[in-house]
Ligand binder design. Structure first.
Ligand code: SF4
Ligand code: SF4
Length: 244
């Protein structure tokens, strides 16, 4: 496939297409940490309840860390699909927003930002490609509010790459370290309980504004959790410990 670059593509998805909502059925959808926080916040439930109700833990592309897949309902459709469409539209996962594009990131650049490329995908059943509406990649990203998803995806990719190095100190899959990593990445409310019960924040030197943000906001807690995992699993100096 050739990256789109600045070339425009044509696509439109609306209730008038004959394939309307076909893509919300029979779909293998991976969920990422940011998707889970968005969806559980939208549903106003805890992340552990979200995992229990809506997610299957699966063996995905990373052999050293489990992936999460959206559960399908008894009709093999996404649980959030209703007759009128997606019931969580404003908080839908990044995979639902990105189609018909696919994103690839080249992280080998030594200076500055990694390069990103976008490709046009086309499922046979999808009639959206025959519509006249023209887009550039930039316009599509803006329309689907994908910038923030992409920045979270990039941080998650860093973690996933670390997990692929099997940093579990010989404990194997589902050992205590991997359970902690699962908690941080996929169960943010469980991690909040853990941080509070173990008084983890008191161990580190951080500006008061960051501590307040971590205490109040899931995304700040997730970012702290990633730093904490990098420190605990690889010794990377991502956080400064207080002197005892
Ligand atoms: S989350 Fe919404 S858009 Fe995505 S597959 Fe489910 S119903 Fe469709
Ligand atoms: S198959 Fe394509 S055009 Fe049809 S509903 Fe899904 S994304 Fe839209």
């Amino acid at each position: 496939m050739v990256p789109l670059g600045k070339d425009p593509f044509t696509f439109a998805c609306h209730p008038g297409v004959s394939c309307w909502l076909t893509c919300c059925r029979n779909v293998d959808m991976l969920l990422y940490p940011y998707d889970i926080i968005l969806l559980k916040t939208h549903l106003n439930i805890r992340s552990d309840a979200f995992l229990e109700r809506y997610v299957n833990v699966a063996r995905g592309p990373n052999p050293s860390f489990p992936s999460l897949m959206m559960k399908m309902n008894e009709f093999n459709a996404c649980t959030f699909l209703a007759k009128e469409g997606c019931t969580v539209y404003e908080s839908r996962p990044s995979a639902c927003r990105m189609y018909p594009l696919e994103r690839a990131v080249d992280r080998t650049a030594t200076k500055g930002r990694a390069d990103e490329f976008y490709f046009l995908t086309n499922h046979d059943y999808c009639k959206g490609h025959a519509e006249d509406k023209k887009w550039t990649v930039k316009e599509w990203l803006r329309d689907q509010k994908l910038m923030i998803h992409n920045s979270h995806a990039d941080r998650w990719a860093e973690m996933d790459t670390m997990f692929a190095t099997n940093p579990w100190a010989g404990e194997g899959a589902a050992g205590p370290r991997q359970k902690l990593a699962f908690l941080v990445c996929y169960n943010i409310d469980g991690f909040r309980d853990y941080v509070r019960d173990k008084n983890i924040l008191a161990e580190f030197k951080m500006p008061a504004t960051r501590i307040r943000a971590i205490e109040q906001d899931d995304l700040s807690l997730l970012s702290f959790g990633y730093d904490w995992l990098q420190l605990v699993l690889t010794g990377a100096p991502t956080l400064k410990r207080r002197k005892r």
